[in-house]
Design a protein around this ligand. Sequence first.
Ligand code: ZN
Length: 409
Amino acid sequence: MKAFEKTDEVKVLRDPVHRYIHIEYEVIWNLLNSRWVQRMRRIRQLGGAFSVYPGADHTRFSHSVGVYEIVRRMITEIPDICEALSEREKITVMAAALLHDLGHAPFSHAFEAILQESHETYTCRIIEEDPEIRGILEAAAEGLAKQTADVIRHQSANPLLSQLISGQLDADRMDYLLRDAYFTGTKYGEFDMERIFRTMRVENGRVVIKESGIYAVENYVMARYHSYWQIYYHPGARSYEALLRCLFRRLRDLAQEGRLPESIPEFEPLMKQETLTLDQYFALDEYACSYAFERLSHGDDPIAADLSARLLNRGVFDYIAATADNIRHVRACLEKAGFDPRYYQAKDDVMQKVYVPYHGDSNNAIWIRLHGGRILELSEASSIVSCLVQGKTLRDERIYYPKEIRNLL
Ligand code: ZN
């Protein structure tokens, strides 16, 4: 089999989280320069969190490059992983790392709620169907496009490849925790990745951590827990996303009545709930959305105009706990103030368990190898994690409404 082509010299990109990103294979360099990978520069990593944390404007692009670098280091610096994989498997897992978030929609999860398919499905469609991405992979090795998508679908012939990108202790989470902590300015997401690297081993085809690395792993689990509540589930960020859902609800209703404004053609298939072609999906990025909000804010429909202006100018909603009494009361106040509750009231519900122990799928657990060689699942090996998994699942339900009714509540 022919060897994979290398670039003339190792390409080095500077990055605030990993310091340097190293690229030495042509195929990775070509993927990096493809239009779908470049599109990720126009999609923020954290949806509405930028409306809470002024620094949180980093993109899916810098995150994806970071995940690639973590995987590249794992397969070159961790002897067990390096020995367990062929060159072709290494290329496959590096490509999958760089491409794993390709199918993300603007504003991440808020937008995903109105799509017919998940972002993972789009990611695999793009890898297997886009002529450019598919072409780059197939030119490097026949069958590589499908093998790369299989890693993302967790259907790889070698499950270790999927574990490195999305298991419980994986390159995707490691990068986003460190990156989101850096760009939001919160320190909760930081943990000692170098120590985890030093204690990573492979046993019977799965990643295990030596007992001496257990403190670093406990720290990682806590970093994840704090980041969820302080960043991903921050009610201010969720409030921005609630506003987006309200606008989309309005646009869908307008589309059903045949009154969708002509000024936003790229939204049309979405609002008519059609399955999007890849070209239509490509056109939907956050730049297109911002421009659409700008046009809508000057449009004829007063509700779409108002909600769009709020999105552009951070006119985010207030929020309170979603008890039945509060929901009724907010609704009455909205009606009194002349707001249509269908478009000015939204509810959401988030929950998180600190760490979910092993339930049948060994990819979904963190394994610790004790000094004597016995392998235990993390919550059995760590008394801190064992206490945490016995605690209750935290849940937070809120309703969102415009600030203007604050005085009526
Ligand atoms: Zn990711």
